[in-house]
Design a protein around this ligand. Structure first.
Ligand SMILES: [Zn+2]
Length: 63
């Protein structure tokens, strides 16, 4: 069974998990809007998900 925690990591995207578009969409659908999916700019067959609400706080609001 696929597990997000065991997914390989993308070294160019802050070590986000590398998942398929379908897996990303499944996570987004089950997150009630908290997760956002995006396509890896380097590996176009790879997708990542992230949570803007939580990760924005981690970055201290610097833009
Ligand atoms: Zn990536």
């Amino acid at each position: 069974m696929w597990n997000y925690s065991n997914a390989p990591r993308c070294t160019v995207c802050a070590h986000r998990a590398i998942i398929t578009k379908q897996q990303a969409q499944t996570l987004v659908n089950s997150s009630e809007g908290r997760l956002v999916a995006y396509q890896c700019p380097i590996e176009l067959s790879s997708w990542h998900v992230w949570a803007p609400e939580f990760e924005r706080a981690d970055q201290g609001g610097s833009e």
